[in-house]
Write a protein that binds this ligand. Structure first.
Ligand code: SAH
Ligand code: SF4
Ligand code: F3S
Length: 460
């Protein structure tokens, strides 16, 4: 390995370009940012178009068939770009990272030989070295082993963030093995990052002007890198100067403990928005999914959370058309949605994933049935989301301003409930938490008026 090991030069201006395209969940968004951080000391500057780039990284998602197929379509386009660059005497390297890399490994190169390297979610800190090796057109092409600690240790302390809100990965992997899901295979076992490392990274972010952190993990509330779990971690991060808002995603019902629920009632920094997927409302289907909860236990948990934090906005994930799902099962899902009243929800058609237990179950449903159920579920969740947004009309909400808007003089930010809010105001308010009275709440975003006279609501 020795000769191939790439050594980072000291700070230099970028001499090469990398284009990184991200698919899938927020954990991939975080990983893509960290890949840019890893490559920066080696002279790679991020570009926003693939054409002509020296390196193109596709950070992929394997969760549903369509997610995986998108990657191969994109690889077809990239192959032609690579050929054009080669004809002009240049070289474009193509790397496939993320969950498809983990799941399919070297097979990716059989299906698309234009791919130069394949790097799994726990190995992207080795990108510079892998690139150096691939440049010599020899050696190993796959690096997809599981060892999150090695990765985090090797990542640069520096983060190239520019915004006021940032992601921070605190946990990886999943031990739950829902029968439909590939994540336990692509991301490995549940693993928590040491709290001290997370705190150090949060301080770096705060120093760079970040006011809001979203803690990430496939099962973020299974965090156990600290006595007291995620609740203790959140309390520790809330003490950092400059970090005024904390969110976390995605939670699993099983790990939603009393301490975390209590923290929602006690910590003003912990935002009243919780993504708590339930997947289905029929106990028969939940059992076949291996979700280890019932519709009733989910509803009781929601109840408890709302006692601690009455204004909690809930969001969820739903799968329609799981094998053997009958009309009555699907209606149970609709009933559960009605009982919870979601602020937003992500809905999916069941997708058969190779190697998962559900893919081998009898009673696979047709696309037509799945489409019809999806449309009905979507209509209901859209109605709920619209109602949730309209209910904020007339209220004055603390909005963290993130950027300038599309229209002149407009600024945009987020409410505590994660709704995008736009209003007129100066760009100097970016990074500040300001009072905005909501005028209209459409489905996608809220329009408001800045309460100039009450800017003292700003906490910092
Ligand atoms: N750990 C998270 C989910 C991660 S995957 C949790 O358990 O809540 C994100 C979402 O994708 C899941 O919640 C599920 O709704 C959906 N999903 C996963 N596998 C799927 C499949 N095979 N078909 C359709 N949707 C799927
Ligand atoms: Fe997938 Fe279930 Fe794990 Fe979520 S809890 S990542 S849905 S196996
Ligand atoms: Fe997709 Fe992997 Fe995330 S499969 S949803 S990118 S964990």
């Amino acid at each position: 390995m020795g000769d191939d090991r790439a050594t980072a030069p000291r700070k230099t201006a970028p001499t090469k370009t990398v284009f990184i395209k991200t698919y899938g969940c927020q954990m991939n968004v975080y990983d893509s940012e960290r890949m840019a951080d890893v490559l920066r000391p080696f002279g790679y500057g991020v570009t926003d178009a693939p054409e002509g780039a020296d390196l193109v990284v596709l950070n992929t998602c394997h969760i549903r068939e369509r997610a995986t197929e998108k990657v191969y379509t994109e690889l077809g386009h990239l192959k032609r770009m690579k050929q054009r660059k080669a004809q002009a005497g240049g070289r474009m390297m193509i790397a496939v990272a993320g969950c498809v890399a983990q799941a399919e490994g070297v097979q990716i190169r059989h299906r698309q030989p234009a791919v130069d390297l394949v790097v799994g979610p726990q190995a992207y800190h080795q990108l510079p070295e892998l690139i150096a090796r691939a440049h010599r057109a020899s050696g190993e092409k796959l690096s997809a082993d599981f060892s999150p600690q090695d990765k985090f240790d090797a990542l640069p302390k520096e983060r190239g963030v520019t915004g006021v809100s940032a992601f921070l990965t605190v946990q990886e992997g999943c031990d739950k093995f829902c029968t439909f899901c590939v994540v336990p295979y692509t991301r490995g076992a549940e693993w928590s990052r040491p709290a001290a490392d997370i705190e150090a990274e949060a301080r770096v972010l705060a120093d760079k002007g970040v006011r809001e952190v979203t803690l990430l993990g496939q099962n973020v509330n299974a965090y156990d890198g600290l006595e007291g779990g995620l609740a203790a971690l959140v309390r520790r991060l809330a003490r950092i100067d400059g970090i005024d808002r904390i969110r976390y995603t995605t939670s699993h019902q099983r790990d939603m403990d009393d301490a975390l629920i209590a923290a929602h009632g006690e910590l003003p920094e912990l935002m009243p928005y919780l993504h708590l997927p339930v997947q289905a409302g029929s106990d028969r289907i939940l059992k076949a999914m291996n979700r280890a909860h019932t519709a009733d236990s989910y509803l009781r948990l929601v109840e408890k959370i709302r006692v601690a934090r009455p204004d909690m906005a809930l969001s969820g994930d739903f799968i329609v058309g799981f094998p053997n799902e009958r009309e009555a099962d699907f209606e149970a899902t609709l009933n559960l949605v009605r009982a919870v009243n979601y602020a937003s929800a992500f809905t999916f058609k069941y997708s058969r994933r190779p190697g998962t237990p559900a893919s081998a179950m009898p009673g696979q449903l047709s696309d037509a049935v799945k489409d019809e159920r999806l449309a009905r579920l979507n209509a209901l969740v859209q109605e709920q989301q619209a109602a949730f947004n309209t209910a904020t009309e007339g209220a004055t909400l603390p909005v963290l301003i993130e950027k300038i808007g599309r229209l002149p003089g407009q600024i945009v930010g987020r409410s505590p409930y994660l709704q995008p809010v736009h209003c007129e105001g100066p760009a100097s308010l970016i990074g500040k938490i300001v009072p905005v009275t909501i005028l209209t709440g459409q489905r996608g975003s809220l329009a408001g008026k800045l309460e100039v006279g009450r800017l003292e609501m700003e906490t910092a």
